[in-house]
Design a protein around this ligand. Sequence first.
Ligand code: 1CP
Length: 343
Amino acid sequence: MTDKTILRALRGETLATPPIWMMRQAGRYLPEYRATREQAGDFLKLCYNPDLAAEVTLQPIRRYGFDAAILFADILLLPQALGADLWFVTGEGPRLSTITDMAGVTALRPTTDIHETLSPIYETVKILARALPPETTLIGFAGAPWTVATYMVAGRGTPDQAPAHKLKDTDRAAFVALIDRITEGTIEYLDAQVQAGAEVVKLFDSWAGSLKGQDFQDFAVLPAKRIIAELKRRHPTLPIIAFPREGGDGYVGFAKATGADCVALDNSVTPEWAAEHVQIDGCVQGNLASHHMVTGGQALVNETRRIVKAFSGGPHIFNLGHGITPDADPDNVTRMIEAVRGG
Ligand code: 1CP
């Protein structure tokens, strides 16, 4: 048995003080991150350089003493390993070659070949498993199939995921084949991260909120369920966090429907509602609005305390509702941590 606080919360224990980590805790709001990214050359070179990727993963642990470190990588590395072209346009974001039909899906590389591209990521995990303080939990991650598919179809981030919805509604067979390929790749990618030393894995479904009704069942719930079932077959004690962002009512019953040990909440739901409707099934993670890391002040402290209080009756991991933004003030993170730990 381990005493790591995040693992205790994920096993369903209610702790007097919730453990804390923060989405995008390694990132551009930190001067030391910007310096290391510059040293690497660019974002993708940083992801594929195990020593430097481990270094930026450790930076927020050293600065703040978070209870978990999240592997520094990106959800778009799996599409690249499956054969998509991937590059980042400075100031704009990721770009990928697009998949618009069955021929595009068929042309992807076999799942067994992904490790050729992704082996530096496993190397980063191995370095971290040795370098982290004994009380810090190491989280691996991947994108959930729907979110990854939205980028592979559109070739970029989109406000409404329209290209993926269009493929889903006009060429169902191609779309389902794409989801299946990503699902299989995600299982092998996360399995390899666990073998390298990741203690928890998280599935990021950042665009789950645009799936409605049966689509939410078919493309947010079912792929997560498949991935979780297979990972738990291979690693029975592995805790898994699922993040169906902006899932709304879809958060209710999500843990039971998918087998996830913890549901991460965005800040479109109140902590009081989520305590009543989601935390009744087990651990939840969240859900302070990221803008408080920019604006700070008493509102940050009050809202942090409100969230801690609302979730105090059950297992809870404190986090933001989405990633911290580059314009955040690093001192506000310190204030948030003080407020969570009783300040
Ligand atoms: O300029 C930079 O340095 C790049 C900014 C950046 C960073 C720091 C990107 C580009 N990715 C990352 C790291 C990252 N991405 C992590 C590392 C661990 C940590 O949290 O500290 C993780 C978990 C992700 C996951 C990720 N990448 C998601 C899911 C979570 C979320 O934020 O919703 C998504 C959607 C991506 C795609 C992506 N990568 C980067 C950007 C700017 C984007 C979004 C693009 C878009 O939708 O337009």
